[in-house]
Design a protein. Sequence first.
Length: 345
Amino acid sequence: MAKLKDIAERVGVSISTVSRAISNDASRPVNEDTKQKIRQAALDLGYKLPEPSQSVHINGMADKRVVCVVPQNLMDDHPYFSTVLAGFHKKMEELGQPPAIVRTCEEVGDADKIRHMLRETGAQGIVAVSWYDKELFELIQQAGVAIMGVSLNDDRLTVPVVDCDRILSARAAVRHLIDQGHTRIAYIGGPAYSKQMESEERYVGYKFAMLEANLEVREEWLMNTGWNVDRSFSKMSELLGGLPKELWPTAVFCASDMLAIPAMRAVVENRGRIPEDIAIVGMDNIDVAQYTTPPLTSVSVPKYEIGRVAAKSIVDYLDGHFKVATKILLPCSLIVRESSSFTRE
């Protein structure tokens, strides 16, 4: 089954443009020539275009006007979030709902832009994908528009959330390293919505596992990259280059595969061996993880399913099925590959 990403690649436009063309987004209309190319590509690829929408379907389910808000750097070809959005769009189609409108958080980054977006789109629900702004969330809720968080699990949130249990998953990943005989385990990650890495779920899970095993959490081995892949490489290179090999950490847990891959490169460039000198575990199990050298051990997150569950949940929420904010956390699993399959004596 073709996805929005496939259509975007065929036409040479962004997923956001494809979404706007297919949903006939009047607030940000797509050039008619481009729209026709997108629709023709969709037909050629076997993508089912929505029928002219009726306000109420035969089954009694009314159309829902939903807007997905996503950070710009997570749009289009991001290996994690493009899959989440693909699952979301597919489930909306199965439910007979019009395609969701996609906006970047930069496009709705202040109160005036939020008001304009709500007015122009007529949004009934906002799906915030890894985006949180306390003041703007309150403004949306005051306007009577429902909000659901996706990949946005934070105990302070008072909105429904669909995500995975990152604390438990990170804890399991670090325990795997401990079971392999590692006691000197570093961490590479980024900040939470509070702008502090210490409150981010994967770091919490890492620290939980370390303290549970009575292992030292060394400050100099905690690398906050701000979720920047170049910084993952530079910080890992700086750490290894400043120490003799016998004082290196023997393992690293990375909060995402996107951070793990440049860290692996840094190990190799510092004449280290993976996993004999340093074992590495990532998170998300993106498609390329199985093709790194060596293949990357990673926590498999049900990305597509998160998107599907989010779509069903926002429709149910708008239909009044949830009286209170619910939190749905999907389970993850650890996929062990060669980057960590080495038992230390």
